[in-house]
Design a protein around this ligand. Structure first.
Ligand code: TYD
Length: 139
């Protein structure tokens, strides 16, 4: 699995003045951003996600708190801890993802490559494994 899915967000600032982080569609994120959403007021240890997208690509970041994201490509599961506003995680098409809220008040922000479409979701894990084994997401 590609360890470069975890990226450092470009950041400017100082401890005296505070920090500003930013990323740009095309330059830092390998797709055009069509939609932004965010998830908050989630009780600690809640698990969300539990799906894969057929085509959607997303970048996840946590401006406050600690959120663990498990990415699963059907062969291997890898855990990523979003515990800094400077970390971004690319969730490319074909990665089953689970997110666990590890700290109270944690906020998860997401920039996505397309508009919301329930037909793009696979929410059944066995169906995901069948798609992965059939090579649906093979490059
Ligand atoms: P879902 O993607 O299942 O959230 P999570 O993976 O974090 O558990 O979305 C939760 C609900 O919100 C679901 O009913 C779909 C709806 N939704 C939208 O209407 N628009 C959106 O952009 C998103 C991301 C979700």
């Amino acid at each position: 699995m590609n360890s470069s899915l975890l990226r450092r967000i470009r950041t400017r600032g100082s401890t005296e003045q505070g920090f500003l982080s930013f990323f740009e569609s095309g330059n830092d994120v390998p797709f055009t951003i069509a939609r932004v959403y965010y998830i908050y007021d989630v009780p600690v240890e809640t698990r969300r996600g539990m799906h894969v997208h057929k085509t959607l690509q997303q970048v996840l970041w946590c401006p406050y708190g600690e959120i663990e994201v498990i990415l699963d490509d059907g062969n291997e599961k890898k855990s990523y801890l979003l515990d800094s506003p400077e970390k971004a995680l690319l969730v490319l098409r074909g990665y089953w993802h689970d997110m666990y809220w590890r700290k109270e008040g944690s906020v998860l922000c997401v920039a996505a490559s397309d508009y919301y479409d329930e037909a793009d979701y696979i929410r059944d894990y066995d169906e995901f494994l069948r798609y992965a084994q059939e090579g649906y997401w093979d490059k």
